[in-house]
Design a protein around this ligand. Structure first.
Ligand code: HAM
Length: 402
């Protein structure tokens, strides 16, 4: 039997319902916060991710589903949604106007990682991207939206916050850090490699021994330029005013190269090793870097599979109709009625002749609010029998009354 590929899974039944429910909630909340829907292709030119996510990142270095298409183009399945959204933003020339734009998107992303709990090769993200606002209040808006989504589902997660500086404070900090790393023996192989390719990712190493060795490493937060420092202080102040709790994590550097200034994650301790549900931050230079006019931007993405582990479905209320026929000729009448009603209501039209008792049982199983049956008597009198399964009230209606 052919099975789904390793690290890829189906959403069926309850799982599919939960996914649809989570998507609906996120969409609604994002719209409430002023974001509008966008959708970009699953396949993009590989160069887009190399330039944005960065050649030194694990995603581009090791995890992309990259191949040559039949036209000889170097393409890859999107590992994340920000790069594609920026490309779409640029292609639509939205960088040329003065307006700001806020988008949300959702869908599958692809990373060839080692599958484990909360880490898949095909996973689903809900993401938001905001373009054009160089204002720390937009950082607050974005963080509040992320928190609202988690709050809606009753999920407790810690907001971790850091600033990873800008083009004026990051390069001298990097030099300092590299000096420190070069004088430190015993770092793991990954850190040795990152020391040369992307030194700040060393701070993010999960290895316990490296943690200890990195304790005295210089901290970027202590080396921010005046501008970045002011922004970070302002962000903390505004979050405090909104009673949003956070932890400063000076090691939070994120795994993608496009970030500057604000970086944040929401982390749950109920998810095992892959506890980050939401990750995001500012990427003020990316639009320009990909060929557009300088446009500040900020966003986040949330992993649906991780979210869904923590979401319980609300009890579904009875809704719609169940139609059952009792004898010859009834089905045709019910079909005509169902077709009309289905323009506005959910109607389960049962195809089998069953007893009234059996139909009521089926209607209950389908969680219908009304059970409607037609038998010989109803056919003769052009009526319908209807029962409200919540109030248990029964009625005979004329066919045109329903
Ligand atoms: P990211 O941190 O790479 O950021 O991913 C965001 C979220 O996607 C993670 O926090 C996690 O919940 C989920 N995720 C990532 N990889 C996997 C995986 N292999 N399996 C399951 N879930 C996963 C980004 O993707 C950025 N584009 C976020 C962003 C948007 N920054 C600014 N705008």
């Amino acid at each position: 039997m052919i099975k789904a590929l390793r690290g890829m899974k189906d959403f069926l039944g309850d799982e599919a319902q939960k996914y649809a429910y989570c998507v609906d909630v996120c969409k609604q909340l994002a719209q409430n916060y002023g974001f509008s829907f966008c959708e970009t292709p699953l396949l993009e030119e590989t160069a887009l991710f190399k330039r944005s996510v960065g050649e030194s990142s694990d995603i581009v270095g090791k995890e992309m589903y990259q191949f040559e298409d039949k036209g000889g183009n170097d393409v890859c399945l999107r590992p994340e949604g920000t790069a594609g959204t920026v490309r779409a933003f640029l292609e639509a020339k939205l960088d040329r106007g003065l307006a700001n734009h806020r988008f949300f998107y959702y869908g599958s992303m692809y990373r060839y990682e080692r599958p484990q709990r909360g880490r898949l090769r095909q996973f689903h993200q809900f993401g938001v991207e905001s373009f054009g606002l160089d204002d720390i209040k937009e950082d607050v808006n974005i963080i509040l939206l992320a928190k609202s989504i988690l709050d809606f589902f009753g999920i407790k997660a810690t907001l971790k916050l850091n600033s990873i500086g800008c083009q004026s404070c990051m390069p001298p900090y990097k030099q300092n850090l590299v000096k420190f790393l070069e004088s430190t023996d015993g770092l793991c192989e990954d850190c040795q490699r990152r020391k040369n390719t992307n030194p700040i990712r060393v701070l993010d190493c999960k290895n316990e021994a490296c943690h200890e060795l990195l304790r005295p490493a210089p901290r970027l937060l202590n080396n921010l330029c005046k501008d970045c420092k002011n922004d970070f202080e302002e962000l903390k102040k505004l979050l405090d005013k909104s009673s949003i709790k956070y932890e400063i994590d000076t090691n939070l550097v994120r795994g993608l190269d496009y970030y500057s200034k604000t970086a944040f994650e929401f982390v749950s301790d109920e998810l095992g090793a892959q506890g980050t549900i939401i990750g995001g931050g500012r990427y003020d230079k990316l639009v320009e870097y990909l060929g557009g006019k300088a446009t500040p931007a900020i966003g986040f993405a949330m992993g649906f599979e991780r979210l869904m582990e923590l979401v319980s479905m609300p009890e579904t209320k009875r809704s719609g109709y169940y139609f059952g026929s009792l004898g010859k000729g009834a089905y045709e009448v019910l079909l005509g009625k169902a077709n009309k009603l289905r323009l506005s209501e959910k109607v389960h039209l049962d195809y089998q002749d069953r007893s009234l008792k059996a139909h009521l049982k089926q209607a209950d199983k389908k969680n219908a609010l009304y059970c409607v049956c037609v038998g010989e008597n109803e056919l003769a009198s052009q009526t319908l029998w209807l029962k409200n399964l919540e109030t248990k009230e029964e009625k005979i209606l004329r066919l045109d009354e329903l």
